[in-house]
Design a protein around this ligand. Structure first.
Ligand SMILES: [Zn+2]
Length: 432
């Protein structure tokens, strides 16, 4: 992994850290069985001339639900890389961690997503607030970002409002960053800051000042995950104003460019899109804009790999199809419990969910077509898909019984995983 030296402003502080490559893909894999299938998709992209580095991401919440540990993710990544002879960089992301949850990831991760969404609006001592406001004072008036035609009007009141919302959160990110740096060494990891798991999107102007705060607190962040406009529901397509998304996404790219130059942030700083997977409508838009402006991107996919496992089981027939049906029936029974933690990122109309008796009569193709995210397929049912998406706890409770079934049918399952990641995600984003 390349390491580079970063000289920060007048402070003459030299950071050395891993430099994340231009294109990176966060691959989620609930049960840590599909490392090779996912890496194969990344390698297929390389054959087509698009160099992407894989980042195996898993959050603390997910580890708790599955009863897995960060060392499992590390092992999955290392094993896949060794078996397939991958010679480029790869990372293991401690996704959405904070000071309370980060410690057990320290030995195993080299990418940390510092989640400070819970700290938005947190107060900071008046003298710290004033120190930032003094530093930002020169930004008041007309703020012209190169490439954005209309200048932004920045008043002291706007600065105070933005600082009131974000300064405490960025200060918290600094505390988490320093904790990891002291535990691992600052040169041993990539840092991302995420604020995506909130209701209100952050505007490009807010992003600009958030980046100023990040520089103010000397955090050498390489990816930033704002909340974009629209809904990023888990495992289904984008819901929102596509025209507005395009405008904001392009402005965010230009804002980052300007912030890097203005505040001395790492030159490879890029957007991280916590996609929740399957944002088919906006993948081509993001792809077009990053190519237009020659920018990098990090895209995190959620645990839809698990859905491909269920599809693979259904297509395998016999005992595997039976297990897929059992998973659905149990998920339906536990619907309210399973959906509750994901209330803000799923939309299931219960009336669209088929009865287990009906599903029991289905063949593998019908089950797979209902679950697979091909929006114009006559069998596709987004409610069914989202329910199984949040139903991974059912499989986690099956434990070894589930895992051995996935291993038994690894060929069919792996094909689904690879095809999904390459054909439906990578190709749409990178236009290949
Ligand atoms: Zn996220």
């Amino acid at each position: 992994m390349p390491i580079f030296v970063f000289v920060h402003g007048n402070n003459q502080i030299i950071f050395r850290f891993m430099k994340l490559e231009k294109y990176s893909f966060g691959i989620g894999d609930r049960f840590a069985q599909q490392g090779e299938a996912q890496l194969s998709a990344i390698m297929k992209a390389a054959e087509k001339g698009v160099e992407i580095v894989p980042v195996w991401n898993k959050s603390n919440r997910e580890h708790q639900n599955i009863h897995s540990s960060p060392s499992d993710t590390r092992k999955e990544a290392d094993d896949a890389v060794r078996k397939l002879g991958w010679e480029h960089s790869y990372y293991v992301d401690a996704d959405h961690i904070n000071l309370d949850t980060v410690d057990r990831f320290l030995p195993h991760s080299d990418f940390f997503t510092l989640d400070v969404a819970g700290y938005l609006g947190k107060e900071v001592p008046a003298e710290e607030l004033n120190r930032f406001l003094d530093a930002a004072e020169g930004m008041t008036g007309r703020l012209q970002i190169p490439g954005i035609s209309e200048p932004f009007q920045i008043s002291v009141d706007i600065l105070k409002r933005i600082a009131g919302t974000f300064l405490g959160a960025v200060k918290e990110a600094s505390a988490i960053y320093r904790h990891i740096a002291s535990g691992k060494g600052a040169e041993q990891f990539v840092a991302e800051i995420s604020m995506d798991e909130v209701e209100e999107p952050q505007t490009p102007v807010e992003l600009f000042f958030i980046l100023m705060m990040i520089s103010h607190f000397d955090i050498p962040v390489q990816t930033i995950a704002p909340k974009f406009t629209g809904r990023f529901n888990k495992g289904v397509d984008y819901v929102g104003d596509v025209v507005q998304f395009r405008k904001e996404f392009e402005q965010d790219l230009l804002v980052i460019d300007h912030a890097v130059k203005s505040f001395g942030l790492p030159e490879n700083l890029k957007l991280s899109v916590h996609s929740g997977s399957d944002k088919f409508t906006i993948y081509p838009i993001m792809g077009e804009l990053i190519r237009k402006h020659d920018k990098g991107i990090h895209v995190k996919t959620a645990g839809t790999t698990w859905l491909e496992e269920v599809i693979g089981l259904a297509l395998s027939g016999d005992d595997a199809l039976q297990m897929a049906k059992t998973i659905y029936a149990r998920a339906l029974e536990r619907r309210e419990e399973l959906c509750a933690p994901y209330a803000t990122v799923i939309d299931i109309d219960p009336d669209t969910l088929p009865a287990p008796d009906e599903v029991n009569g289905w063949n593998g193709e019908k089950f797979a077509g209902t679950l697979r995210h091909v929006p114009d397929h006559p069998h596709y049912n987004p409610g069914f898909r989202q329910l199984i998406h949040v139903g991974y706890k059912v499989a986690a409770d099956m434990g070894e019984q589930y895992l051995s079934m996935v291993r038994k049918y690894r060929r069919v399952v792996g094909d689904q995983v690879e095809t999904n990641l390459f054909d439906r995600h990578i190709r749409r984003l990178f236009g290949i």
